[in-house]
Design a protein around this ligand. Structure first.
Ligand code: NAP
Length: 648
């Protein structure tokens, strides 16, 4: 059922001129790798033309324009011969050649564990690296007798449903919204788009010919809808229904899940569903958080949260107050600034920006052509993107405790980044020193996720109709927002870009585990799980995107979901294989894991004492982030270790 379309490319029929035109858009390292496949000649990657790790931000890895032209000319000859020879599929290279190609692409000799990891991620011949083969060995009837309820039909929920269906395990998905898509269904604010490169922000088994490098919300929602349709997931979803509570029945080893219609006005009654396992795929950022500001309800005009955008409210010619300068406001402020009479942005903490010149650019036709026609090119291009966004920046945000000033930067390398990004922002501020001073964060780079930027946010702040206010908010009044300096900033519309209840995992559902243990009371504001997935005392409850699985500088959250779902299916295989009803994470395993996570988070920029963010709970513990490498998550979630669990 699951197949990787990008190992099937289209035949080349175009004339030389069209091929040459497309090659102008080639990513040279990926092209060279593809040429090795087509020619069988490894000499192509053993010469002087090779990417360099020193040119991290350069999409061509430092390969000079003259060298690029040389590769393009050679590629034209090779592709012409391939076309004229009938586009025969090149033979699969031997494993040692694939390893050499991978080292070439990452501009380094890969340590042994990475060879297996990246080779699996590469899936050159359309393999399915995130499948769970252990389930295939279990008799079909036993699989068919195990029922799973998945909460949420967003990115992770669709994935879980696809994998469970593939494994022949009955699954019901309960979704509070009327459609699939989760965060991409709910967030419709102007300018909403992904900040991970799309060729990595997509399922490994469902690569897409993305129209943009970083697609917008509508494109992403369309992708998830199409995937749900293709794998016939909609029939498995109860839309417009929310999970109110779930209680583990120790006698039966099952979960009793209480659901009800989201729209209470429909009058539908609560219902209890009994399942063997419960998978939470509710995401971390799905319950909008309004700030506790005095007088919030007194505002006379329209007011809404960015994740509940009120498209019926006209902004044209209005005075708009925006609270927050996080990822969401950063995206919608430049757009509303173009139509509003005035925009006042209330900033508590400025964001660091990650210069991304092609953030809004469509992918040019030539690049699409290469991805679709040149054998293996898309595979190597995806690997390049994956690697560049994988472990690359982790080293730059790790704290060097011998570094003097931990408040502004956490290491010499981190300080270099601060200087580079400050220079970038200074350039965009165009000599407006007051604006620059307001916008330079006083916390280290990597303390929070950097925001992808092509310059439009700071340009919008320089507009005559936009004001950036850094005075603290004292109150909201009927006419606008009053700051602590006594000034009233009048507004017709108030938009909260104030984020989500990220630290309240699974809230507001009432989850009751063994011995009547309430999950929120058990966590007491300090959510923890083993690998972010399982929680002692809550058998057969599995989380996707659970505690400590969020990422700041590396990877794509789709990668985490694929690892999590593979692990969860591995747990189900353990249950079915051993004839067990339930598995429960051993507290000692869970505690040791969390100690290592806490120690590692304390070593990262986001764990630095002066950094305040939604990554930390009230006690200052980082409850959200994964502090290790992607490799480590991949390795640890590959196959569950039965010794980590008690079985009943
Ligand atoms: P956010 O990052 O949590 O930002 C909330 C903003 O509101 C912050 O600037 C915060 O200031 C401010 N704020 C909160 N309470 C306030 C108060 N009482 N007074 C003044 N300011 C207040 O929320 P978000 O922008 O919605 O983004 C949430 C997360 O969603 C992001 O971190 C990201 O992971 C994800 N996201 C991703 C994308 C993307 O992929 N492109 C887009 C949007 C969102 P402080 O910083 O001082 O707390």
């Amino acid at each position: 059922m699951i197949s990787n379309r990008f190992d099937q490319w289209r035949p080349i029929t175009e004339p030389d001129a069209a091929i040459a035109a497309a090659l102008e858009h080639a990513h040279i390292p990926a092209l060279l790798a593809a040429l090795v496949h087509l020619t069988g000649d490894p000499g192509l990657i053993r010469g002087a033309i090779r990417p360099s790790a020193a040119f991290f931000g350069d999409p061509q890895g430092g390969i000079s324009p003259a060298q690029q032209a040389e590769v393009r000319a050679m590629a034209l000859d090779v592709l012409r011969a391939y076309r004229d020879g009938g586009c025969a599929r090149p033979p699969a290279p031997p494993p040692e050649r694939v390893h050499e190609l991978m080292s070439f692409m990452v501009a380094d000799t890969l340590p042994e564990p990475y060879l297996e990891f990246l080779q699996s991620e590469l899936a050159l011949e359309g393999e399915d690296p995130y499948g769970q083969p252990a389930l295939g060995a279990i008799p079909r009837a036993r699989r068919a007798d195990f029922r799973v309820l998945v909460i949420g039909a967003g990115m992770s929920g669709i994935l879980a449903a696809i994998r469970l269906k593939e494994a022949g395990i009955p699954c019901l998905v309960v979704e509070k919204n009327p459609d699939v898509g989760g965060t991409w269904f709910e967030n419709t604010y102007p300018g909403c788009r992904v900040d991970s490169p799309n060729h990595t922000y997509s399922y490994s088994f469902e690569p897409n010919d993305w129209p943009q490098h970083f697609s917008d919300q509508a494109t992403l929602l369309d992708y998830f809808r199409r995937v749900a349709d293709k794998y016939r997931i909609r029939d498995m979803v109860r839309f417009g229904t929310e999970v109110v509570a779930a209680a583990f029945d120790e006698g039966a080893g099952t979960w009793r899940v209480t659901v009800r219609p989201t729209d209470r006005a429909t009058g539908g009654a609560e219902e209890v569903l009994v399942v063997n396992a419960l998978i939470s795929a509710v995401g971390q950022l799905n319950r909008p958080r309004l700030p506790d500001i005095p007088g919030r309800d007194t505002f006379r005009g329209a007011a809404f949260h960015s994740a509940q955008w009120n498209h019926a409210t006209p902004l044209d010619g209005k005075r708009i107050a925006v609270i927050g300068t996080g990822a969401s406001a950063f995206q919608f402020v430049p757009i509303i600034a173009g139509e509003a009479a005035a925009v006042t942005v209330f900033q508590r903490t400025p964001p660091w920006m990650s210069p991304t010149p092609d953030y809004f650019n469509p992918i040019p036709a030539g690049k699409h052509w290469l991805l679709n026609h040149v054998p293996y090119y898309a595979k190597w291009y995806r690997l390049w993107m994956f690697w560049r966004t994988a472990e690359g920046l982790l080293g730059a945000v790790r704290r060097d405790l011998t570094w003097n000033d931990q408040s502004r930067s956490v290491s010499a390398r981190n300080d270099d980044m601060r200087r580079l990004l400050t220079a970038y922002m200074a350039d965009l501020c165009g000599g407006d020193a007051a604006l620059l001073e307001k916008c330079i964060p006083d916390y280290p780079v990597g303390g929070k996720r950097m925001l992808r930027d092509d310059g439009r946010y700071l340009r919008s702040l320089r507009r005559d109709n936009v004001a950036l206010v850094t005075a603290r908010i004292a109150a909201i009044e009927p006419e606008g927002v009053r700051t602590t300096d006594g000034k009233l900033h009048e507004a017709d519309v108030l938009i909260y870009g104030t984020g989500f209840h990220a630290d309240r995992f699974l809230w507001p559902m009432q989850i009751t585990g063994r011995g009547g243990r309430d999950l929120q009371a058990h966590w007491n504001g300090d959510p923890r799980a083993y690998l972010g997935i399982t929680i002692p005392g809550f058998p057969n409850l599995f989380c996707c995107y659970g505690p400590n699985t969020n990422i700041v500088v590396n990877g794509s959250i789709v990668f985490f979901s694929e690892c999590e779902v593979r692990y969860i299916l591995g747990c189900i295989a353990l249950l079915l294989d051993g004839g067990h009803r339930a598995l429960d994470c051993r507290p000692a395993v869970h505690d040791a894991f969390n100690q290592s996570v806490d120690a590692a988070n304390a070593e990262m920029a986001w764990g630095a004492p002066n950094v305040q963010s939604w990554y930390k709970n009230e006690r200052g513990r980082v409850t959200q982030n994964w502090p290790f490498t992607l490799l480590e998550f991949w390795q640890r979630t590959r196959v569950p270790d039965p010794a980590d669990y008690e079985f009943s």
